[in-house]
Write a protein of this length. Structure first.
Length: 368
């Protein structure tokens, strides 16, 4: 939002003091929230499986969320391109298939990419004359990846989740684990009316900067309260189509795969929810509703196994009351926690807590 202020009376006064020339280049920059970094270019390159990392169980290369697939379809390529046969599955998580390939030392050449278009370049050879064939095809996600992450409760809704799977939605679901966001998703923002900033501000003021979904009061953190278009039409600014939502509730709305919220912002919102008696520590529905979406799959497994309900976004403090670290999931009485940030892991371990990283917790959860 642009703020225009007439500084002419001030400049006139400065000139009378004899230093107007020195001040003529004065500029003011509003203290707006830092924007997320986006991956400026689509990442596509060959890679060996041994060079791929994971974060929270989700595949990662050089700090960016990625997917993997094998481009080479050998003599099946023509049938895959024509749709007669299905192609190789692409991987989004550190699933049992990839682990088995590592175990067998099958380091096939994969293509790593953050392209969420769901169109893949594949190649192979003609069975007739052995010539190279290249083209683009749609591939399907690996079901073992969905099982490992329990993405959108996949273990309970396999057919629906698989059939409705979209890469941009998946990347957004786990976006808090990463510092950058695929440009193709970030570019989906836009399409608002020219007066949207003022309309949004007026509406949030009317709602006293409270989220209409979870009721958290953000009057001291107004940048974390958004104005949502209920029907998804960004040019429909009628009051009946608007809803004030905190950033966490907003990103969880349908068709909001373009939204990106930092882990630190989720921590702050949950801190405020707790201080305002919104977050309950004995309610599974609250835990799943308010936790970072990256933890949904794990929590659903814990609930099905009758594990204890964790505290969400729990702040661990020392004896003086100073913050040590924030745990996404915590069982304070047992001093157990699950996190995805390495520095929080190390701080909590030093404080005497038993801590697991999210990816490790997912692997263990399947064996419960």
């Amino acid at each position: 939002m642009k703020i225009r202020i007439n500084f002419k009376p001030l400049w006139d006064a400065v000139k009378k003091m004899g230093d107007g020339e020195a001040m003529s280049n004065f500029t003011y920059t509003a203290n707006t929230p830092k924007q997320f970094e986006t991956d400026k270019n689509i990442l596509i390159r060959d890679i060996s499986l041994e060079d791929v990392d994971s974060k929270g169980g989700v595949l990662e290369v050089d700090g960016s969320q990625v997917l993997l697939y094998i481009e080479d379809h050998s003599f099946r390529v023509q049938d895959v391109l024509s749709g007669i046969k299905s192609g190789n599955k692409y991987h989004v998580a550190d699933c049992v298939t990839l682990n088995e390939m590592r175990r067998k030392k099958r380091f096939d050449r994969y293509v790593v990419t953050n392209d969420v278009s769901e169109i893949f370049t594949i190649s192979g050879k003609s069975p007739e004359n052995n010539t190279l064939i290249e083209g683009q095809a749609s591939l399907s996600v690996c079901k073992n990846c969905l099982t490992f992450l329990n993405y959108r409760r996949y273990k309970s809704n396999r057919t629906i989740v698989f059939n409705e799977f979209k890469l941009d939605d998946f990347f957004a679901h786990y976006s808090t684990l990463f510092e950058s966001f695929p440009k193709a998703i970030a570019d989906k923002r836009g399409g608002y009316t020219s007066d949207w900033d003022s309309i949004s501000l007026d509406y949030r003021q009317q709602k006293n900067y409270c989220c209409e979904a979870c009721n958290v009061n953000l009057s001291d953190n107004r940048n974390l309260l958004h104005t949502h278009h209920i029907n998804g039409v960004k040019r429909d600014n009628s009051s009946s189509n608007l809803q004030a939502l905190c950033a966490d509730c907003h990103r969880k709305q349908p068709s909001h795969e373009h939204m990106r919220v930092r882990s630190s912002e989720v921590h702050l919102i949950n801190k405020l929810r707790r201080s305002q008696q919104i977050l309950s520590s004995n309610n599974w529905n609250d835990a799943i509703a308010y936790v970072d979406t990256s933890y949904h799959g794990l929590l659903d497994i814990y609930r099905s196994k009758n594990k204890g309900i964790p505290e969400i976004g729990f702040e661990v403090k020392d004896y003086s009351g100073s913050l040590i670290a924030t745990a996404e999931l915590a069982w304070p009485q047992a001093k157990r926690a699950i996190v995805h940030q390495k520095d929080n892991y190390e701080k909590l371990v030093q404080a005497g807590w038993t801590v697991k990283m999210l990816g490790d917790a997912l692997k263990e959860a399947h064996d419960l």
